[in-house]
Design a protein. Structure first.
Lengths: 364, 364
């Protein structure tokens, strides 16, 4: 099918750009002796996960147990659930999942570890775990300090758990690469402090899982990390471009949309709003706008109502007529893809494939 | 099932509050001789649409053709597509839909009207249309002025279209009810100007479709409108509370979530983030936070990563431990529900029903 035959709004992925993105990070990780474990929250599709594995990834990362189940159903055999999964219902599902695939879990509390341990033992499985530490993001993870060491020891001793090492999230999403480097240095020092404490206590850390797309190509500067968990890099988006983690030419994703109204002077409305793009902001830039209009960067996607995207044309370099089609790079591709049941692979003007967003809605 | 048996995150709807919300607006519309045509973007479920109709609604409003198809499949017989639907693929689907249900369309361009006209004629159907005018929102709609009159005349004369009247969207979402009243007065004057122009041209307007949840109970102040298109009122949310269009006790919706991490001092993470709540802001309030924690309004849902909600506890009135459950009212319920495949009806601690978000993902 030609692109013209596709209805709008539709999420497009340029297959060649995507392939280059996958190859580039896979090659970087090989060169630096790092394992690549892509976060599949970006595409939520097992075939794309399989492609990442064929290109050398050791497995995948997910954020929710439901995503893990979809990946296991799709034949993925090594899954890291980078989430402190809590509750009887989920622990039962986790133990069931562990019977058919390798599922490891990152956690930062004794409560979560004990729950998983109990259900793993009852289910007759062992579950590998990573202990999460906070190197500066203040989201999750134990604070780095000697108080944490006895807790790690207790977790590592729990029955039916296989302690594997550490997980950190150096995901600072800053506009300025220099500032990002400085923060990375701070996080690195935090990590060194932690490793010293673990060394003193005789606790090993065969795995240190880290990184994110903005910091992916800085991963080798974390001397001790073993694993890179970037997700967005497969497609990139306006935010990864904004923080100079990718160039415009590396962005594989866009939303194909149609101009549906030009009645309001100086404006045009397209047929995708927050339920097509998500409301995620341009965090890595000036905060203005909800997308980059390909070929017309002066046009601002000023705001999104639920099903309309409102373009301000004051600095447009082209005319917009009802029925015109545009392609818009979303601010945050993970949130955008999550709005859709399927996305389309294109090569020039040809629609060459279609992927289901299989784990969309797997919030539990 | 008891609420305890439900996994998290889950969207809960208090059935009694919802019923009261439905009854209140239905009663108001009856009292003021207004037709109620609820916008179903909020719940996207045909059973709830049927319930609204049983309570007196004349039909429903949708924003996308895909939503209209789901509603028609669910037995809804009178649907307003309040969207300038454009393109050959959609016009074919629209004509097909018109063969099995009453589907009217609001539009604001000759291009859209001509496309619908052509496909309606080819499909052997007639399609009722409303012409959209802009009374101040600057989103869509013809500017009010004499230039628009010949266009309305041309649209009304197109074959296979049944011109029904006007659609406006006085949806100003302001914090301050006084300011909203003032704006409503401005919009009212705009509408009067339009009606004078139409009267002069001898163009009738049997239908004037208008309103939104924030302005729902002001609808009678628009003397000429015939139809109220509120959507959010069925559940309400933090934004409708913020703009005093509802009280906290009128809010039927909350997200049931579990505390999954308390490792970071002064904070707690819950198991729902932007892929559970949406990233929609607190537009009608101070802009701070992504939800109202029921029973603990001092706690701030500071920000949302994709699968974590980050609570700041500086002003919390309770302790948060890993495993605790909380209920959080989302900023924008329409965007929140759109993240989920199903939502749960509750009465006190009982889960009494479940609704599929059937039209979720119907972006086209």
């Amino acid at each position: 099918m030609k692109l013209d035959g596709l209805d709008t709004p539709s999420v497009l992925v340029d297959v060649d750009i995507m392939t280059a993105n996958l190859d580039r990070l896979a090659s970087y990780c090989r060169d630096h002796g790092l394992n690549l474990r892509p976060h599949v929250k970006t595409h939520k599709n097992p075939e794309l996960a399989q492609l990442q594995i064929r290109k050398g990834a050791v497995g995948v990362t997910v954020a929710k147990l439901g995503e893990a189940e979809v990946m296991a159903d799709g034949g993925i055999e090594d899954i890291l659930l980078a989430y402190p999964v809590y509750g009887e219902i989920k622990w039962k599902r986790l133990a069931a999942l562990a019977r058919r695939t390798r599922i490891s879990v990152a956690l930062d509390s004794l409560e979560v570890a004990q729950g998983i341990s109990r259900h793993a033992r009852e289910g007759g499985v062992r579950i590998p775990i990573l202990v999460e530490f906070d190197t500066g993001m203040r989201r999750c993870g134990f604070a780095i300090g000697k108080e944490a060491i006895p807790v790690v020891e207790r977790i590592a001793e729990l029955p039916a758990l296989d302690y594997q090492g550490l997980l950190i999230y150096p995901g600072h999403f800053l506009k300025d690469p220099e500032r990002r480097k400085q923060l990375l240095a701070v996080e690195n020092r935090q990590l060194s402090t932690l490793l010293d404490l673990l060394n003193d206590a005789g606790i090993p850390y065969p795995v240190i899982s880290a990184s994110s797309t903005p910091t992916a190509y800085m991963s080798h500067q974390f001397k001790n990390i073993t694993e890179v968990r970037a997700g967005t890099y497969i497609f990139n988006d306006r935010n990864t471009i904004g923080c100079q983690a990718a160039d415009l030419k590396d962005c594989a994703v866009s939303v194909l949309a149609t101009v549906v109204s030009t009645s309001v002077p100086g404006k045009a409305a397209i047929d995708g709003g927050s339920k097509t793009f998500s409301s995620d902001k341009f965090l890595s830039g000036d905060g203005v706008g909800f997308g980059h209009v390909i070929g017309d960067p002066g046009t601002v996607v000023e705001y999104l109502s639920e099903e309309h995207g409102h373009l301000v044309l004051a600095n447009a370099s082209r005319q917009y007529r009802v029925g015109d089609r545009v392609r818009v790079i979303p601010n945050h591709v993970c949130a955008c893809v999550n709005m859709h049941d399927r996305i389309y692979g294109i090569r020039d003007d040809d629609v060459v494939t279609e992927w289901q967003v299989s784990a969309r809605g797997a919030v539990q």
